[in-house]
Design a binder for this molecule. Structure first.
Ligand SMILES: [Zn+2]
Ligand SMILES: [Zn+2]
Length: 160
């Protein structure tokens, strides 16, 4: 994973969530999640692996270059346990130029999955980072921020 991307994501997360981020390289063999026919990795299986390996009181958000799917979708940009502790984002379908735009696109997906981890569901407000995106264009169109309703819910959820 490129250092400029990871540094940018880690710093942005700290600002958005007022949290401390720690970057770790997982030399994890995710072959157990690989589907030979689809040539994709099952994100739900990876989350199940990450969960018991996440320290109490912290959250894990994995980033991979592998293409991910779930049992009810052909591919996913990411998946997270709503109100849970773990999430994952795939970079496989996020390629876009220039680099600065690419970093923002990745940040949107990371923020989206972290929002799920913290208990948020999909949002109907189309510019909100919690709106559901089915393609890269939709990711491009939404902002990297939470709408006022989601931001309010986050503060409320964080209090419990
Ligand atoms: Zn989502
Ligand atoms: Zn929202």
């Amino acid at each position: 994973m490129e250092k400029d991307l990871i540094d940018f994501i880690a710093k942005s997360i700290e600002l958005t969530f007022n949290a401390i981020s720690r970057v770790e390289t997982l030399n994890l063999d995710i072959l157990f999640a690989y589907d030979q026919e689809r040539k994709q990795y099952n994100s739900t299986s990876i989350l199940a692996y990450l969960k018991p390996n996440t320290e109490k009181g912290s959250y894990s958000l994995a980033i991979t270059k592998r293409d991910l799917y779930t049992n009810n979708s052909t591919f996913v940009f990411g998946e997270a346990e709503v109100g849970g502790r773990v999430g994952i984002v795939s970079l496989a379908r996020l390629s876009i130029d220039p680099r600065e735009l690419y970093k923002i696109i990745v940040l949107k997906e990371v923020t989206h999955e972290l929002g799920h981890i913290l208990g948020l569901r999909h949002c109907e407000t189309n510019y909100c980072v919690m709106s559901f995106s089915t393609n890269l264009k939709e990711v491009e169109q939404k902002s990297f921020k939470f709408c006022p309703d989601c931001a309010h819910s986050l503060v409320y959820l964080a209090a419990f």
